[in-house]
Design a protein around this ligand. Structure first.
Ligand code: ADP
Ligand code: MG
Length: 685
C-alpha cells in the first residue's frame, strides 16, 4: 500500500530514468501524479457508420475485418499493412505503416472499433494508423473520453494513463478533502476523490464538468485562503497612525496640476495611513501615469509626521533617476533625501547610513542595498517599492523589517489584469492610476518584416537628423550557439550598426552583463544626448526617462511578451516629440503575428495585459516564480473569474469565523496552504 506522499519511484514501472523524465513535468510524488491533470480530452464515444463518418475530425467506427491483412515490405524501415473492414453502410480501407505485427492481431471476421480520421478518395473511404480495440473489449482507447496529457521524452500518454490509474487506485482514498462537507453541499461541489477520478477519466461530460468545477474552486479557494491569512495577520497588528496634512501646500509647489487619479490614489493611501493599521497597498499605473508623484506626496506626508521613508528601485539607473526626481519635489519643502546604492563607495554608504540612523535624513532612495543588514533607520514609517514584481516576496519583507510595522506601498507599471491582481495581490489593497497626465501622445506602432529594413533605417537617419534619439532593443546580450542565427544580440548588432549601417551616427550599447557603473555611464551619456542610437537588451525596460528619444525599435519582437513590449514602448513618447515604435519580426505563425498586431491597435496597457494573459496564460506572465505563487493546475484565470470571486468570498467567510483555520474541518485547508507556500512558512506562523 503506497502513501500519497511517497516518491514516484515506488510506482511500478518507474526507475531512475523515468523518474528524471517525470521530474521535468513536475511530478515527484504520488500526489503530484494524481494532480497531473490532462491538458485536453478526446471524445471517442460517438460511433459512426462508415458511410456517414464526418471527414473533418477523428471518429470511431465499428467494422468487421473482411479480408486477411496483407503486409508488404517496401524498403528498409518501411512496411505497410493493408486490410479491409466493413459495416452495413460501406467499406473502409485501413493502412498501418511499420506495424506489420498487427497482422496477427487483427483477425478476419472479427469486429473492431477503429478510431481515426476518415479520408475519402473517389468512392473509397480510408483510415491510416487508427487506434483499435475488439468490439467486446472497448473502453481503453475507444468508446470513452480519453485524457490527453502534456508529455516529455520518455513519458507516453499510455504511461501516464496507467500511472495515474494506479495511483488513484492505491491512494485515491487518502486524497484529503480540503472543502468541508457543509461548504461542498451548499455549493454543489463534488467530493475530492470523485473529482480526481473524473478529471482524469471522465465517465461523461457532466462528470468532467463537475470534476473541473470542484478542482478549480479548490485551487482558487486555497490561494484566496492563503492571501486572506496574510491579510489577517497584517491587519491584526497595530500600525502607526499618521495625521493627514492638507495636500494643497504640496500640490501648489508643483509645476503642474496632479491628475484626478493621482489625487484619488493619495487620498486612498492616506486613509490607510491614518487608520491605525499598517497600509499594504498596490499602486498600479501604466508607464507615464505619474506614480512617482504619488510616492512623493506620501513621503511628504510621512515627513510632516516626522517619520522616515524608504524608496526602493530595482536598478541603479532607476534609483538614480528617482533620487533626482524626489529631491526636486521634496527638497523645497525642507525634506532631506539621500541615496544608497550598491555602487557607492564604502565611505559614502557609511555616511548615508549614519544620516539615516541618526534621523538626519528623511528619505532613503536606493536599490536593494537598502535592505543590506547594516542599514538602520531612526524611525522608518513608510516603505515604497517601485516596479515591485521584480523583487521577491522576501526582499520586500526584509525592507519592511527595518521599521516598526511601517506602511507599505508597492508600485507596478506592469498593468496586471484584474483577475490576476486579485490573486497575486490578494493580500493588498489596490489603487489604480487610470488617467495619464494631459498632453500625452499616442506612440504610433508598426510591425514589420525584413523587407522594410531599408525604409526604417532611412527613418532613423531622418529622426536623428532632426535631433531625436533612437532605442534599439535586442533579445540577447551576445551571440550564442543555442539560438537561431537570426536572433539579434545587443553587442554584435551594435557593432554591425555602427560600422556597416550608421558609420556617421553615434551608437552605444548597454546590457545586463555590464557592471552597474558602466551601465550608468552609458545611460547617463545617452540621456545627455551624447549618442544617437542606444542598442540594448531589456535593461532599459523599466522607468528610464529620455524625453528626447522618439523611436523604439524592437528586434525579434515575437520573442517578447506583449506586456514587456508595452513597457519598452513606454520608453518613448515621454517628451513633446511625436514618437514611434517599430516591431521587427520575421515570425511566420499566425498566432505570433496576431499577438504583435495587438500592439499596433492599442496603447492601453491593461488591454494588452488582458490579451497577454489570454494568449500565454498566467504562468508566463512574469515568470511564475517571481510573484511567489504556486502554478495553477486547473484554474484558467482568464475564464474562471466567477469562480474566483466565489472562492474569495468563501475563503473570507471561513477566515472570519476561524482566522487561524484551527477547526477540524478547516485543518486540511491550512495544511494545504502551508504545503504550497512552504518557502514562506513563517508567514503563517
Ligand atoms: P511612471 O508612472 O511611469 O513611474 P512617472 O512618475 O515617471 O511615471 O511620470 C512620468 C512623467 O510625467 C514625469 O516626467 C512626471 O514629471 C510627469 N508627470 C507626473 N504627473 C504629472 C501631472 N499630473 N501632470 C503633468 N506631468 C506629470
Ligand atoms: Mg516609474
Amino acid at each position: 500500500m503506497s502513501d500519497l506522499h511517497d516518491d514516484i519511484r515506488k510506482l511500478k514501472g518507474v526507475g531512475e530514468a523515468r523518474a528524471k523524465s517525470l521530474e521535468k513535468l513536475g511530478i515527484r510524488t504520488m500526489r503530484d501524479m494524481a494532480s497531473y491533470f490532462p491538458r485536453a480530452y478526446e471524445d471517442r464515444r460517438g460511433f459512426y457508420a462508415i458511410a456517414d463518418a464526418p471527414l473533418d475530425r477523428p471518429v470511431c467506427v465499428r467494422a468487421a475485418v473482411t479480408d486477411t491483412p496483407k503486409a508488404t515490405h517496401i524498403r528498409r524501415g518501411m512496411d505497410i499493412l493493408r486490410l479491409q473492414a466493413a459495416d452495413d453502410s460501406g467499406v473502409l480501407d485501413v493502412t498501418y505503416f511499420n506495424q506489420a505485427y498487427l497482422k496477427s492481431t487483427l483477425r478476419l471476421g472479427e469486429t473492431y472499433i477503429f478510431y481515426g480520421r476518415v479520408t475519402e478518395s473517389g468512392r473509397h473511404r480510408a483510415m491510416t494508423n487508427p487506434a483499435f480495440e475488439p468490439e467486446d473489449r472497448q473502453g481503453t482507447v475507444t468508446g470513452r473520453i480519453l485524457p490527453i496529457y502534456r508529455l516529455t521524452a520518455g513519458v507516453s500518454q499510455k504511461f501516464i494513463m496507467n500511472a495515474v490509474s494506479q495511483v488513484l487506485a492505491d491512494c485515491g482514498r487518502q486524497l484529503p478533502d480540503i472543502l468541508p462537507p457543509a461548504l461542498r453541499e451548499r455549493l454543489h461541489l463534488a467530493q475530492a476523490r470523485y473529482a480526481y477520478e473524473n478529471i482524469h477519466f471522465p465517465r461523461d461530460d457532466q462528470a468532467l464538468e463537475q470534476a473541473r468545477r470542484r478542482l478549480v474552486f479548490e485551487e482558487l479557494y486555497t490561494l484566496a485562503g492563503a492571501m486572506g491569512m496574510m491579510r489577517e495577520k497584517r491587519a491584526a497588528g497595530q500600525g502607526r497612525k499618521l495625521t493627514a496634512y492638507p495636500m494643497d501646500e504640496f500640490w501648489a509647489a508643483l509645476p503642474f496640476q496632479p491628475t484626478g487619479a493621482q489625487r484619488r490614489a493619495v487620498n486612498e493611501a492616506m486613509a490607510d495611513m491614518t487608520s491605525g493599521t499598517p497600509m499594504s497597498r498596490l499602486l498600479q499605473g501604466d508607464v507615464g501615469s505619474g506614480k512617482t508623484l504619488v510616492a512623493a506626496a506620501l513621503i511628504w506626508q510621512a515627513a510632516k509626521n516626522g517619520v522616515q521613508s524608504a524608496f526602493m528601485a530595482p536598478t541603479e539607473i532607476l534609483a538614480e533617476q528617482h533620487f533626482a526626481n524626489l529631491t526636486r519635489m521634496l527638497d523645497p519643502h525642507g525634506i532631506r533625501v539621500i541615496k544608497l546604492t550598491g555602487s557607492m563607495t564604502a565611505a559614502k554608504k557609511r555616511d548615508a547610513n549614519e544620516l539615516l540612523r541618526l534621523g538626519m535624513a528623511d528619505v532613503a532612495v536606493g536599490t536593494h542595498a537598502l535592505i543590506s543588514e547594516n542599514v538602520t533607520f531612526s524611525d522608518l514609517g513608510l516603505v515604497i517599492t517601485d516596479e515591485q514584481h521584480r523583487f521577491g516576496v522576501e526582499q520586500r519583507g526584509a525592507l519592511s523589517g527595518k521599521g516598526e510595522r511601517p506602511h507599505v506601498l508597492v508600485m507596478s507599471a506592469t498593468p496586471i489584469p484584474r483577475t490576476l491582481a486579485l490573486i497575486i495581490y490578494g493580500d493588498l489593497d489596490i489603487s489604480v492610476l487610470d488617467e495619464l497626465p494631459p498632453g500625452r501622445q499616442k506612440v504610433d506602432t508598426f510591425t514589420h518584416g525584413e523587407e522594410m529594413r531599408p525604409r526604417i533605417w532611412n527613418f532613423v537617419r531622418r529622426l536623428v537628423g532632426e535631433g531625436r534619439q533612437v532605442f534599439i532593443v535586442c533579445p540577447m546580450v551576445e551571440d550564442s550557439e543555442e539560438v537561431p542565427p537570426d536572433v539579434k544580440s545587443a553587442e554584435a548588432w551594435a557593432k554591425t550598426l555602427q560600422t556597416e549601417v550608421f558609420p556617421e551616427l553615434r551608437v552605444a550599447c548597454i546590457h545586463g552583463k555590464m557592471k552597474a557603473k558602466e551601465k550608468d555611464a552609458v545611460m547617463t551619456a545617452f540621456a545627455a544626448g551624447e549618442y544617437d542610437i542606444l542598442v540594448s537588451t531589456t535593461v532599459i525596460e523599466v522607468g528610464v526617462d529620455v524625453p528626447n528619444a522618439a523611436l523604439m525599435i524592437v528586434e525579434n519582437a515575437d520573442r517578447f511578451g506583449l506586456s514587456q513590449l508595452h513597457q519598452l514602448r513606454g520608453r518613448v513618447g515621454r517628451g513633446q516629440h511625436k514618437s514611434y515604435c517599430v516591431l521587427f519580426s520575421s515570425a511566420q505563425g499566425e498566432e505570433a503575428r496576431a499577438r504583435l498586431r495587438i500592439m499596433t491597435k492599442t496603447n492601453d496597457g491593461f488591454k494588452i495585459s488582458e490579451e497577454d494573459l489570454r494568449l500565454r496564460g498566467p504562468g508566463d506572465f512574469f515568470g511564475s516564480r517571481q510573484h511567489g505563487l504556486p502554478d495553477m493546475h486547473v484554474a484558467d484565470l482568464s475564464a474562471d473569474m466567477r469562480v474566483l470571486k466565489q472562492a474569495q468570498a468563501e475563503a473570507q467567510a471561513v477566515l472570519a469565523a476561524d482566522p487561524a483555520l484551527e477547526r477540524p474541518e478547516n485543518r486540511p485547508l491550512r495544511d494545504r496552504i502551508t504545503e504550497l507556500f512552504e518557502l514562506h512558512a513563517d508567514t503563517f506562523n
